[in-house]
Design a protein around this ligand. Structure first.
Ligand code: SAH
Length: 233
């Protein structure tokens, strides 16, 4: 089954962009996923094809018009009624690997990309749109956020990644960061690969990796560590 990615954007030429290359690119060619950018401007009602207007209450920048957004969302819902609609916004719920897994297991996703100051808030009450953030940073548009979200979904689609285990041992999959990796040369600028990883003792290697995944998570991401402990206890 093809995972249908529909992207509502003012810059359709940004897609598939980097997702046309490497693993995602091959998967696109093979029909594992489809990429359908839709120009939001096509849903403007006036002859100037206006998509934005000044913010109510004043202030800098422009706001995407709710009527135009609603027509674009309705179009996507007609095309793919079963695909969730995600709006990219720093005000949204931070995306997690668990949510990515859910999305990748479904029929596809419709992504609404903002520009300027963002969306007229009423779109979220008026249409079934989930507000999603890709982190506590501010991008100039939703497109790079959409590419990031799609990349995370596509690599999980059946057949896209070589070894299936490389998907489940990853950072976040067990609620922890992944353990660190090394490869040859054994010595580089006086630094060596930890002895245990060269020992061939699989039980010891596994124990070392588990300890590092736990220690690194505790030190680097106390937020993840607390949640992990909460789930375990
Ligand atoms: N004025 C807004 C930011 C607008 S940035 C605010 O302060 O909340 C312009 C667009 O970039 C947004 O509409 C959104 O689609 C996208 N964007 C910026 N940062 C993002 C983030 N962290 N996650 C998801 N989308 C983001």
């Amino acid at each position: 089954m093809t995972f249908a990615a529909t992207i509502l954007t003012l810059y359709p030429e940004m897609f598939p962009g980097p997702l046309g290359i490497s693993l995602a690119g091959r998967a696109l060619e093979e029909g594992t996923w489809s990429c359908e950018p839709v120009q939001i401007r096509d849903f403007a009602a006036d002859k100037h094809r206006t998509v934005d207007d000044t913010p109510a209450g004043g202030g800098a920048g422009m706001v995407l018009k709710v009527d135009v957004l609603a027509r674009a969302v309705d179009h996507a819902l007609e095309l793919h009624p079963d695909c969730p609609v995600l709006a990219m916004t720093p005000r949204g719920k931070p995306v997690t690997q668990a949510r990515i897994r859910e999305l990748a297991a479904g029929p596809g996703v419709t992504i609404l990309c903002g520009r300027f100051e963002g969306f007229d808030e009423r779109i979220f009450a008026g249409r079934p749109v989930e507000e999603v953030s890709v982190g506590d940073i501010v991008l100039s548009g939703g497109e790079p956020a959409a590419l990031m979200l799609l990349d995370a979904c596509i690599r999980l689609l059946p057949g896209v990644m070589g070894a299936p285990s490389s998907g489940t041992e990853e950072s976040f999959e067990e609620g922890l960061l992944e353990y660190p990796h090394y490869t040859r040369p054994v010595e580089w600028e006086g630094r060596t690969i930890p002895e245990v990883l060269r020992s061939g003792d699989h039980a010891k290697i596994e124990a070392w990796r588990k300890r590092h995944a736990e220690d690194d998570t505790r030190l680097r991401r106390p937020d993840l560590w607390e949640r992990h402990r909460g789930v375990r206890d």
